[in-house]
Design a protein around this ligand. Structure first.
Ligand code: SF4
Ligand code: SF4
Length: 167
């Protein structure tokens, strides 16, 4: 069994918007076909198409279009995967890191819901920005406290993602 088979079905952080808010298509991707397969495409710049995350083709565990997935998905290997494949990290240690990151991402999502942001189809970072940009009611002490908790939870999550998955 390779690293992908061991880690990815227990993770999904690169498909559920925890790591990325969107993914750009690359030369050679068939945008029309990917749209037919279910991806939600948009023009990121004048010349670049991207698809939104959480990915519409992620079933919560696996990619529904694995054999036809965009090139960038096929090429992406997170830091954990690379370290398991080189033997720098054991599979067990990597699974523990995945579990910890998912638990923290879950905390962030729970806090967002508590603060009224329940749009689960929106990328995590966009949901966070929306909550933090909303005006603060000075009299709402609980809301202000929750926002503080959210800031800390996001900072903790980002540090872990940066350290364990993005390098
Ligand atoms: S973040 Fe890494 S371990 Fe997790 S699903 Fe993506 S490639 Fe696999
Ligand atoms: S197409 Fe598949 S591999 Fe790519 S982000 Fe979506 S679910 Fe993940």
């Amino acid at each position: 069994m390779n690293g992908i088979d061991q880690l990815c079905p227990n993770c999904g952080l690169c498909c559920d918007s925890t790591l990325f808010a969107d993914v750009e298509l690359r030369a050679g991707d068939d945008a029309k076909r990917l749209k037919t397969l279910g991806l939600t495409l948009f023009s990121k710049t004048k010349t670049k198409l991207a698809f939104t995350q959480p990915c519409a083709c992620f079933d919560g565990k696996l990619c529904r279009i694995y054999a036809d997935r965009p090139k960038r998905c096929g090429l992406f290997e997170c830091g954990l995967l690379k370290r398991v494949e080189t033997g720098e990290l054991t599979t067990m240690a990597a699974l523990k890191k995945i579990s910890e990151a998912k638990q923290r991402a879950g905390n962030v999502r729970e806090l967002l819901r508590t603060l009224g942001q329940r749009e689960e189809r929106m990328a995590l970072t966009h949901r966070y920005s929306e909550v933090m940009c909303a005006p603060i009611e000075m009299a709402d002490e609980v809301g202000a406290e929750r926002r503080g908790e959210l800031m800390l939870a996001v900072s903790d999550l980002m540090q872990r993602l940066e350290r364990d998955f993005l390098r």
